[in-house]
Design a binder for this molecule. Structure first.
Ligand code: PLP
Length: 381
């Protein structure tokens, strides 16, 4: 990694106090991001409504997100959440044909299943790709389900429960062969894993800024492949989705020719300040360098956990995991609290304790985590 990690760590004050392994819940806050939010507050106090600047912040987030995703700015909608992006896509789909099947997986974050089930009254048929005996969802499970009746395969990149990463290029290949679209929920990957929407060959991608993108809550993004935009008219709309926002025309819906047609109302202005600062910081380090470092850290973590006899439930293969390492526990909430007593910040879902790594984590963080786990062996499932 080119950037000096020690110097960068100093930009995240919480790292001096905590072993912070919780970036998949909420990232550590950088000084730059706080300064950006402060500058919004200063504008409010001293200028009032600084709309001209606010618009540039929203557009800056769009441009930076396009860089992160290797897409064009016209393919990016700045949203209030990942859910808002998924809902906007769902609103543009027609389930009134034979091709009305939506495939989700057992690894989904609830929102990317619930929203598709919410389309059932509109005609959507939602089916779930289930996990195999080893806990992973191999390509064959998708191959069995994807057919000529499949409209969309809506899948997570990295599972929030167990850290497993799906074979997205493989799933996209299967979908293409049957004429289906692919929506990628890359929230648990983006920022710590390179998400190149063209290389992955997905049609839509959603996520948000509060995890590995180093920003804050209340802002997300939706990528829509340029070739598809004109053919999709969201019924979830609003004045910021119009071709001409300033027209204030109440006689018709005239959607923007770009992915902005998937937006709705007033942008999340204060969150744009934070997101812009976070994305700039992320890009200054570089997503490839981050991915390499995070892969080394997660590998070290998995290996050391194996050494203490507490194997992770996250797949050990490099291409099957993201920035998260999970272990099963008899009481994951109690284990999380025990680690917190030692200033080690993790989180838990189901029976799993989750340790989540970003570029600002170190080998020492990994070793402190594993040493604390060894001392809490009573919680081993
Ligand atoms: C994979 C994944 N998708 C979606 C979400 C929820 O996104 P939002 O609250 O922005 O709709 C999360 C949040 O933790 C997540 O981990």
């Amino acid at each position: 990694m080119q950037a000096d990690v020690t110097a960068l760590r100093n930009e995240f004050p919480v790292l001096a106090r905590k072993t912070y392994l919780n970036s998949g819940s909420y990232c550590a806050l950088a000084n730059d991001v706080k300064r950006a939010i402060d500058s919004y507050m200063d504008d409010r106090l001293l200028i009032g409504a600084n709309w001209d600047v606010w618009v540039t912040k929203n557009e800056a987030v769009r441009n930076l997100m396009a860089t992160v995703l290797r897409a064009n700015p016209d393919e990016i909608a700045v949203t209030a959440s990942a859910s808002a992006g998924i809902n906007a896509v769902a609103s543009a789909l027609n389930f009134g044909h034979r091709r009305n099947k939506v495939i989700v997986s057992d690894f989904e974050f609830p929102t990317n299943a619930q929203i598709w089930h919410a389309q059932e009254p509109r005609g959507a048929r939602v089916v779930h790709a289930s996990r195999a005996a080893d806990g992973y969802i191999p390509l064959e499970r998708f191959e069995k389900l994807i057919d000529e009746e499949t409209l969309l395969v809506a899948v997570t990149h990295v599972c929030f429960r167990n850290g497993a990463k799906l074979d997205i290029p493989g799933i996209a290949r299967l979908a293409r062969a049957k004429g289906a679209r692919v929506l990628l929920d890359c929230y648990q990957a983006i920022g710590a894993v390179t998400v190149d929407v063209r290389a992955l060959d997905v049609d839509f991608a959603v996520g948000g800024m509060l995890k590995y993108l180093l920003g804050t809550a209340g802002i997300g993004f939706l990528y829509v492949k340029s070739e598809l935009i004109a053919s999709l008219t969201p019924t979830h709309s609003g004045w910021f989705a119009q071709a001409d926002i300033a027209a204030m025309d109440i006689t018709a819906n005239r959607p923007s020719p770009t992915a902005r047609r998937f937006e709705a109302g007033t942008p999340p202005v204060v969150n744009c300040y934070a997101a812009e600062a976070g994305l700039k910081l992320l890009l200054s380090v570089g997503t490839e360098a981050i991915e390499r470092r995070v892969q080394q850290l997660t590998k070290r973590c998995i290996d050391r956990l194996e050494d203490i006899g507490w194997p992770s439930v996250t797949p050990p293969q490099d291409d099957r995991r993201g920035p998260m390492v999970c272990v099963k526990s008899t009481n994951s909430a109690a284990l999380c609290a025990k680690l917190m007593e030692r200033d080690i910040v993790t989180s838990h879902r189901d029976d799993n304790l989750r340790a989540m790594f970003h570029f600002y984590n170190t080998d020492e963080d990994t070793d402190a985590f594993v040493a604390a786990m060894a001392d809490n062996r009573a919680q081993l499932a």
